[in-house]
Ligand binder design. Structure first.
Ligand code: FAD
Ligand code: UDP
Length: 390
């Protein structure tokens, strides 16, 4: 009898498995229907020996010391600050140019052939910004800061490709992930901790799950084993609508197709990622892993991301009607005893890795506070068994 069956070996499932086993002494079975652990963060060496991320580039960044220190129990780190360029047409010459994203002082100066200072670019942006009384949509966020021309150049096409929705139909939180700057900081993230697991994510997950109380089975779907793995409680990190048999209808998720390529050259891109906001290019971005991992290798590997309606559910789609549907599933989840819903798909939140780790650690605290210690569980079970035998 396992104390826990955990469905999903990504960040949510693996962080919880380790805490339950290490701090409570619980017996845990972790399953995943994919043939590997790590969830979307899974990485491996490709045929040429270059470390790649199977589900697209995963860059770790957080402002939470607690999250960083927690993961540091299972990995050392390779310092890495992500930088991104976007290929857009200059509004002045019509020629393709590669300029920094998030939009910053250099982006504006290079696109328009200007030499503005920080305070001058603030005025420049303010003169173009549109008045929006209440910022609700992903369009509002951008046009209210930099105006329509830069919005169309950098955000409109990219977002329409990525989400199959116009930015005006998406919650403001989506494009608000990408700030606008008036200084020359060209880092994609400004978090206080930015680093990649030194030997990769998968190695970090292996260490997390290498506890004698944890059993892992990959390539196994919950539906196949739900009745054959005896367990007291369940942690579900898959899509919440799937758990409830899509009772209220399907929650929309956006997918991607990844095209991985190995090139017989040392380097391909000047930065970790190059974005293609134009709508006539079918992919949104291409990323080169050696920037992130620091690996030395005569070849290099890259991944193109093609947004798609079909495929694994990667992105919850933040918009009011989807949130309303999720609330119905959340109510079902709250009313389901002995099942805990954790993670990006189970709580339908567009969360980064660090936020999922934070959510899993907070869930552990709630579980630990609400359940008797394992020794007491055992005593109850022993009494029941004895009573059954009488
Ligand atoms: P997942 O990693 O999705 O794990 C859930 C697991 O449950 C899956 O492995 C799935 O196979 C399994 N599962 C589901 N249903 C079943 C079932 N019925 N039976 C068995 N197993 C099941 N975050 C960042 O911080 N930085 C980034 O740079 C970044 N880049 C990203 C790029 C892309 C393309 C995507 C899609 C996401 C990115 N993220 C990034 C977000 C990051 O992937 C997630 O925050 C994190 O992986 C979520 O972890 P999770 O455990 O909630 O979910
Ligand atoms: N975005 C955009 N143009 C860009 C970069 C981002 O329009 O050059 C928008 C797009 O809607 C994207 C969102 O901002 O989905 C969030 O970008 P982020 O890079 O955080 O996406 P993720 O890495 O989560 O796919």
């Amino acid at each position: 009898m396992f104390d826990w069956l955990i469905v999903g070996a990504g960040f949510a499932g693996s962080v919880l498995a380790e805490r339950l086993a290490s701090l409570r002494g619980d017996r845990v079975m972790v399953i995943d229907r994919r043939p590997h652990i790590g969830g979307n963060a899974y990485d491996h060496r490709d045929a040429a020996g270059v470390m790649i991320h199977k589900y697209g580039p995963h860059i770790f960044h957080t402002n939470s010391r607690q999250v960083f220190e927690h993961l540091s129990r299972f990995t050392q780190w390779h310092p890495y600050e992500h930088r991104v360029l976007a290929e857009v047409r200059s509004p002045v010459t019509g020629q393709p140019m590669r300029v920094p994203v998030p939009i910053n002082l250099d982006t504006v100066n290079r696109l328009y052939g200007l030499s503005l200072s920080e305070s001058e670019v603030e005025d420049w942006m303010a003169a173009r910004a549109e008045k929006v009384t209440e910022i609700r949509s992903s369009e509002d966020v951008v046009v209210s800061k930099v105006g329509r021309e830069l919005y169309e150049l950098f955000f409109r096409g990219y977002t329409r490709k990525q989400w199959a929705l116009d930015p005006s139909e998406l919650d403001k939180s989506v494009t608000a992930r990408v700030p606008t700057r008036t200084n020359r900081d060209d880092r994609y993230f400004t978090d206080s901790f930015q680093a990649m697991p030194l030997q990769g994510y998968t190695r970090m997950f292996e260490r997390m799950l290498a506890h004698p109380n944890i059993t892992v089975q990959t390539g196994v779907d919950y539906r196949e084993v739900r009745d054959s793995i005896p367990h007291r409680r369940l942690i579900w990190t898959g899509p919440v609508d799937e758990y409830f048999g899509f009772r209220h209808g399907k929650l929309p998720y956006r997918s991607l197709q990844f095209e991985h390529r190995t090139l017989e050259q040392e380097r391909f891109l000047p930065t970790g990622t190059l974005n293609y906001p134009a709508e006539d290019v079918p992919y949104t971005r291409v990323s080169e892993y050696k920037h992130m991992t620091g690996q030395s290798h005569p070849f290099t590997s890259i991944t193109y991301e093609y947004p798609s309606a079909e495929g694994d559910p990667y992105y919850p789609i933040p918009r009011p009607e989807n949130q309303a549907l999720y609330k119905k599933y959340e109510a079902l989840a709250d009313a389901t005893p002995d099942v805990w819903f954790v993670g990006r798909l189970a709580t339908y939140r567009y969360y980064n890795m660090d936020q999922i780790v934070g959510q899993a650690l907070a869930t552990f605290q709630r579980i630990d506070a609400s359940l008797p210690p394992r020794a007491a569980n055992d005593a109850v079970a022993a009494r029941k068994l004895a009573a059954a035998g009488d």
